[in-house]
Structure formats: structure tokens, C-alpha cells
Design a protein. Structure first.
Length: 188
């Protein structure tokens, strides 16, 4: 039985290390779509979640690795005298580790975030003119967002051109170009 534990530990460990260094987003353990995650979250489809987890390479990698590790440790330490108890404990720990890994990977995949700015982040911001802006010429302003200072192309419909250093309020975005007006008061 020790050879089985050793084989499981080594083979699972190799796949686990390989998955750390080689990322593949199209594997069998891909997180489910949002609808599937909601089904799993409400607890009514726990059996379906378990069956889906059993198809995952991540599940089997963690299950094999922890099955082998638990079996080897218990066999070598001799804490459990009965070989059947050692095997049962190794199987249970392996299954628990595999399920825990799948649950954590799905939770991490569901909490994906991004920091890209969108139109709402620009509108209402006041920036400083870097390149003069007039009705016929695009200029450039600098604004501060969460991610830091950003330079944005700017246009205006105002008759009086904007000069360098002047304040400009963004009222609309046309793709990547801000439409600006003079703010009610120029904050220095």
C-alpha cells in the first residue's frame, strides 16, 4: 500500500507543480458559468456540483496528492495501526482536499475584478488643459482617476478656446475623446 501512496503523491504533485507553471484556461476544471454557480450556491444541486467536480483535473490532482501524502504520513508514523483505517483516512482527506480546491478555485473565478476605467469614471471630472482646446482643434487634458493621472484627448463646443493650465469639466465622452466645458468656478 505504501507504493500506492507514494505513486499518488508523486504523480499528483507533478501535475500540481506543472499546473502552477503552465496556465491553461481551457481545461476540464474550468469554472462554471455564472448561472451554474448560482445553482451550486443555493444548495439544491449539490449532487450536480459534486459530479461536475469529479470531471475536473484540479479535483483529481489535489485528491491524489493529499491521498498519497496522508497515507504515507500515517503509515510512517504508525498512528493508526490498522491499514484499513489508514486507507479510509487517506481517501477521505484526498476527497476533501479535492473538493476544497474546486470550491476555492470557483470562488476565485467568480470574484474576478478589473480596474479599467469606463465612461462613468470620466464624466464630472475636472482636469487641467495640457494642449489648448478649441472648437476646431482637439486638445488634451489631465485628470486624476483611482488608477492615477490620465491624459485624455478633449474637444469643446465653447466659442472661447481653452488655454494651457485652465480647468476643464468633462460633460460627455465620445469614445476616447472628452467633451469639456468651463466649470462654474475655476478650482486652483
Amino acid at each position: 500500500m505504501t507504493n500506492l501512496y507514494l505513486f499518488s503523491l508523486v504523480s499528483g504533485g507533478i501535475v500540481l507543480l506543472a499546473s502552477i507553471f503552465v496556465s491553461d484556461k481551457q481545461h476540464g476544471g474550468a469554472p462554471p458559468h455564472i448561472g451554474e454557480q448560482n445553482r451550486f450556491a443555493n444548495g439544491r444541486h449539490a449532487l450536480w456540483a459534486l459530479l461536475t467536480a469529479l470531471r475536473s483535473l484540479h479535483f483529481w490532482t489535489f485528491a491524489l496528492t493529499f491521498f498519497g501524502l496522508t497515507g504515507l504520513v500515517q503509515s510512517d508514523l504508525g498512528l493508526l495501526c490498522d491499514e484499513q483505517r489508514v486507507s479510509l483516512l487517506a481517501i477521505l482527506v484526498g476527497l476533501a482536499a479535492g473538493l476544497f480546491a474546486i470550491l476555492m478555485l470557483r470562488r476565485l473565478a467568480a470574484s474576478e475584478t478589473h480596474s479599467a476605467a469606463d465612461e462613468r469614471d470620466f464624466i464630472g471630472k475636472i482636469g487641467r488643459v495640457l494642449v489648448p482646446i478649441s472648437t476646431n482643434n482637439l486638445g488634451k487634458i489631465r485628470i486624476t482617476l483611482r488608477s492615477g493621472a490620465v491624459d485624455v484627448l478633449a474637444s469643446t463646443d465653447e466659442t472661447e478656446p481653452f488655454t494651457v493650465g485652465e480647468a476643464a469639466l468633462i460633460i460627455h465622452m465620445n469614445d476616447t475623446t472628452a467633451v469639456v466645458v468651463r466649470p462654474a468656478s475655476d478650482p486652483q
